[in-house]
Design a protein around this ligand. Structure first.
Ligand SMILES: NC(=O)c1ccc[n+]([C@@H]2O[C@H](COP(=O)([O-])OP(=O)(O)OC[C@H]3O[C@@H](n4cnc5c(N)ncnc54)[C@H](O)[C@@H]3O)[C@@H](O)[C@H]2O)c1
Length: 320
């Protein structure tokens, strides 16, 4: 029997919501905390959608779904989320200032035995270990989006993480149906995001700089990786505009990289400022639930009616 039974998830957004639902589905008692009532309401709505997805994709029965729902609670009180938790999974925005503030507020509220794991996509546990007030009980546990299909979680320590903590979170990962991915050194982006971040940034650069349309980027990717269900621009919709923007802003500012900052500005101006956050709002690069990349013919050889359109896209002004 795992030592971790009661889990609190901080942040009810895209990933926090998925982690909370999946962890409850696997038998843990889960409390979801967010500072935003709107985010908590959206999380509950998403959990109703996940119930249908788990029925369809994981053959979950009605009893499984009712049991999952009965194990979930939602709160806007950090003290309530902290009390009695065996493990806190932090999934607040990818912004060091926000994460620092949350850990500092959390530290005095937690029972002594509680472990903390960050789901950060690109930041290092060593950067937050001290502010948690319990560095030996702190590590990274990084999930992938669409957790029910991509059931991996990357486990990464900082130099002060104890082996007991790593054993407990690894057992928790296995108990909750995750394939644990051990990361042997601290690495911004772990295994997964080291290549995914580079891929998404390269794809976004093509769009930001007007080299190719989002559909063309995805078509090229999906043709070159036959069988792949989604391309990089569709993946940005799944991840969510806010998280991709936060990552670009953080790393673009740190490395003074004008292209990464231009990519962040593109997402802000074209999507975030218009409330288009990706699949969670039904609109990002594509419209959901029927995005163009899933329609028949997206990867087919077209008929010749497209020739003029292609020439218009490809022809350059004389003298350029
Ligand atoms: N989206 C992904 O595909 C993905 C995948 C793996 C890891 N992550 C990581 O998970 C974390 C969350 O990402 P997300 O995509 O779910 O972001 P999100 O923007 O969808 O959700 C973040 C949530 O945190 C809430 N929040 C903001 N300040 C808070 C505070 N002080 N206390 C509690 N809640 C607060 C917001 O209201 C929001 O609901 C980030 O570190 C991100 O890098 C994201």
């Amino acid at each position: 029997m795992s030592v971790i039974q009661r889990v609190s998830v901080l942040g009810a957004g895209v990933l926090g919501g998925q982690i909370a639902w999946h962890t409850a589905f696997k038998g843990k008692d889960v409390c979801v905390f967010d500072i935003s009532a709107e985010a908590l309401a959206r999380c509950r709505e998403n959990h109703a959608l996940y119930a249908d997805i788990y029925r369809a994709e994981l053959s979950a029965s009605d009893d499984d779904i009712s049991a999952t729902q009965s194990r979930l609670s939602y709160t806007d009180s950090l003290a309530e989320a902290a009390s009695g938790a065996d493990l806190v999974i932090e999934a607040v925005p990818e912004d060091p200032a926000v994460k620092n503030a949350v850990y500092a507020e959390l530290a005095p509220l937690l029972p002594e035995h509680t472990l903390i794991a960050t789901n950060s996509s690109t930041l290092l546990p060593r950067d937050f270990a001290e502010v948690t007030g319990r560095p030996e009980k702190y590590c990274a546990l990084h999930y992938a989006n669409l957790i029910w299909r991509m059931n991996l979680t990357e486990i990464m320590a900082h130099p002060g993480t104890s082996k007991e903590t790593l054993a407990a979170v690894t057992e928790f990962a296995i108990d909750t149906g995750m394939v644990p991915i051990p990361v042997c050194k601290e690495q911004n982006g772990y295994v997964l995001n080291t290549w995914l971040g580079a891929l998404l940034n390269a794809a976004q650069t093509l769009v930001t700089n007007g080299v190719a349309t989002p559909e063309v980027v995805d078509r090229t990717y999906m043709l070159a990786n036959r069988g792949c269900a989604v391309g990089p621009m569709g993946l940005i919709d799944v991840i969510g505009m806010n998280t991709v923007y936060n990552i670009n802003m953080h790393w673009g500012t740190l490395f003074n990289d004008p292209q990464v900052l231009a990519n962040a500005a593109y997402l802000k101006n074209n999507f975030i400022d218009k409330g288009l956050l990706g699949t969670q709002t039904g609109q990002g690069y594509y419209s959901y639930p029927d995005p163009a990349f899933l329609r028949p013919g997206f990867l087919s050889v077209p008929d010749k009616s497209v020739i003029d359109e292609i020439v218009d896209q490809v022809a350059l002004p004389p003298g350029l």
